[in-house]
Design a protein around this ligand. Structure first.
Ligand code: UDX
Length: 441
C-alpha cells in the first residue's frame, strides 16, 4: 500500500516506520523541518528503544521517506492523521488546532477512493465533523485509534493488543458501502498483525473514538485506585506493595498497572482524562465522569505528599537542603518530560528553597528546556554528591540497581525516598539508610 503519515511525533514517526516495516511504501509528513531532517537522516527525534534500528532497517529498503511538503501525500492512498491534541492551556479541553490544520492541508490532495485514518486522540464527535467535510470528495474517513505506550512503541505498533476500526455507518449501525470498502483497505494495511490473530473490533465512529479515552481513563483509575490505597496504608502502617500483590492475584483485578508511587504523568493519561471530562460536560453527562476528577486529584496529591515526606526526613524543612532527584522523564525508557511527576516534584522543592539536582539517563535535555533553573547532573552518583536526601522519582533500571553502600559514600546523609516502590527497604536500611516510600511502612 502507499501510505502517508501526517504528523511525525511519538505516534507518527513510530507508525510511519512500522508501516514501512510491514512492507508498505510510506511518506511521513511534518511541519517541523528539524524533525523531518533528523528522520530523513535516519535519526529518531526522541528517545524510543528500537526506533533508530528500525529506521535504519526500513530506510535502507527505500520504502520510507520524510518531508515537510504536504503535496507528497497525493501519491498515497491511505493517510494516517497522527498529530497531537494537547491540553488547552488553563483549561481541560483538548486543543484541536493541529488536527484542524493537518486535515485542511491534506484535503486538497485527496482523490476518490482514498482512506483517511484518524489516529490522534480526539474528543468524541471530531470524526463525525471531519467526515462531513469529506463529503463529495470520494475520500472516506475511518477512526483507527492507537494505543502505543512510550518505551514499547515499536512493539505495540507491530504487535498491538487489538485493532479498532470506526467506520461510517447507516441508520441501523451497519457499515455503509464506502465503510466496507475502507475496511478492506485497512485489512490490507494491517494484513500482518491480522494474520497473527490480533483481535479486531469493527464499529462506528463514536465507539472507536470513545474506546481510546475509555481505555486511558481505566488505566488512570487503576493507578489512582492503588494510590488511594497507599494513602490508607500510610495511615495504618500497611504495605501497599503487598496489598497490590494480594489483590492482583485475583485474575479479575490483575497485578499490572497497580504500582503505587508518584502516579501517572506523560503526554497522554493526564490530558486525556481531563479532555474526556470536558467533552462529557459539553455532552451534558458530566456526572458520568465526575469520578475522573477524583482520579486526577489522587494523582496530584501524591506529588504533594512526596514533598511533605522530604520535609519530614529533613526534620521539618527542606530550605537550603540538597536534594538529588533521580529521574526527570515521566517514566523509564522515555525522554518525555511532559507532565512528569519527577520534574514537577523537583521544581516544587526548588521553589520551596531546596537545592535540587536532577539526573536522568535520557531526559535531561528536555527537562532543562522546561526548567532551566534546576541543576542537572549526568549520573546518579554525581547528582547525589553531598545530598541531604535522595529521591528515586522515575524507575530507570540503573536506579533500581543502585547499591546502597556505593551511593552512601557520596551523600551527606543516608536518606532515600522511593517514589516508585522499587527498592528493597531491608537492603537500604541494613546499609544505614533512612528509607521512606509512599504507602509503605
Ligand atoms: C499510555 C497508555 O498506556 C497507552 O495505551 C496510550 O496509548 C497512551 O498513554 P504512556 O503514556 O506511554 O501510555 O505510559 P504508561 O506506560 O501507560 O504509563 C503512564 C504513567 O503511569 C507513567 O507516568 C507511569 O509511571 C504511571 N504508572 C503506570 C504508575 O504510576 N503505576 C503503574 O502501575 C503503571
Amino acid at each position: 500500500m502507499r501510505i502517508s503519515v501526517i504528523g511525525c511525533g511519538y505516534l507518527g514517526a513510530v507508525h510511519a516506520a512500522c508501516m514501512a516495516k510491514l512492507g508498505h511504501d510510506v511518506v511521513g509528513i511534518d511541519v517541523d523541518p528539524r524533525k523531518v531532517e533528523l528522520l530523513e537522516a535516519g535519526e529518531a527525534p526522541f528517545y524510543e528503544p528500537g526506533l533508530p534500528e528500525l529506521l535504519a532497517e526500513v530506510r535502507a529498503t527505500g520504502r520510507l521517506r520524510f518531508t515537510t511538503d504536504m503535496s507528497q501525500a497525493s501519491a498515497a492512498d491511505v493517510h494516517f492523521l497522527c498529530v497531537g491534541t494537547p491540553q488547552v492551556h488553563g483549561e481541560f479541553r483538548a486543543d484541536l488546532t493541529y488536527v484542524e490544520s493537518a486535515f485542511a492541508e491534506l484535503s486538497p490532495h485527496l482523490k476518490p477512493g482514498d482512506v483517511v485514518a484518524g489516529k490522534s486522540t480526539v474528543p468524541v464527535g471530531t470524526a463525525e465533523a471531519l467526515a462531513a467535510r469529506l463529503e463529495g470528495t470520494g475520500a472516506v474517513l475511518v477512526w483507527n485509534p492507537e494505543f502505543l505506550r512510550e518505551g514499547f512503541a515499536v512493539k505495540d505498533t507491530l504487535h498491538p493488543d487489538r485493532l479498532v476500526y470506526g467506520l461510517p455507518t447507516d441508520d441501523d449501525g451497519e457499515p455503509t458501502p464506502v465503510g466496507v470498502a475502507a475496511r478492506e483497505v485497512l485489512d490490507e494495511v494491517y494484513a500482518t498483525p491480522l494474520a497473527d490473530r490480533t483481535p479486531l473490533v469493527v464499529t462506528d465512529y463514536a465507539t472507536a473514538q470513545l474506546v481510546k479515552v475509555a481505555a486511558n481513563s481505566f488505566l488512570a483509575t487503576k493507578i489512582s485506585f492503588i494510590n488511594a490505597m497507599a494513602e490508607l496504608c500510610e495511615a495504618t502502617g500497611a504495605d501497599v506493595t503487598r496489598l497490590a500483590d494480594a489483590i492482583g492475584y485475583d485474575a479479575r483485578i490483575g497485578r499490572r498497572f497497580l504500582n503505587a508511587g508518584l502516579g501517572f504523568g506523560g503526554g497522554c493519561l493526564p490530558k486525556d482524562i481531563r479532555a474526556f471530562m470536558a467533552r462529557a460536560g459539553e455532552l451534558g453527562v458530566s456526572d458520568a465522569l465526575s469520578f475522573l476528577r477524583e482520579v486526577d486529584s489522587i494523582n496530584m496529591r501524591r506529588r504533594v505528599r512526596m514533598v511533605d515526606l522530604a520535609r519530614e526526613v529533613c526534620h521539618g524543612s527542606i530550605v537550603g537542603r540538597r536534594v538529588a532527584v533521580l529521574g526527570a522523564s515521566f517514566k523509564p525508557d522515555s525522554d518525555d518530560v511532559r507532565d512528569s511527576p519527577a520534574l514537577s516534584i523537583a521544581a516544587q522543592m526548588q521553589l520551596q528553597g531546596a537545592h535540587v539536582t536532577v539526573t536522568d539517563p535520557q531526559g535531561i535535555v528536555n527537562a532543562r528546556a522546561k526548567w532551566p533553573d534546576l541543576r542537572f547532573a549526568e549520573t546518579a552518583l554525581e547528582a547525589a554528591e553531598d545530598a541531604d536526601v535522595v529521591l528515586l522519582a522515575t524507575e530507570w533500571a540503573e536506579y533500581r540497581a543502585l547499591e546502597p553502600d556505593k551511593l552512601g559514600e557520596v551523600v551527606a546523609h543516608r536518606r532515600i525516598l522511593d517514589g516508585r516502590n522499587v527498592l528493597d527497604p531491608r537492603a537500604w536500611r541494613a546499609a544505614g539508610w533512612t528509607y521512606r516510600a509512599l504507602g509503605r511502612p
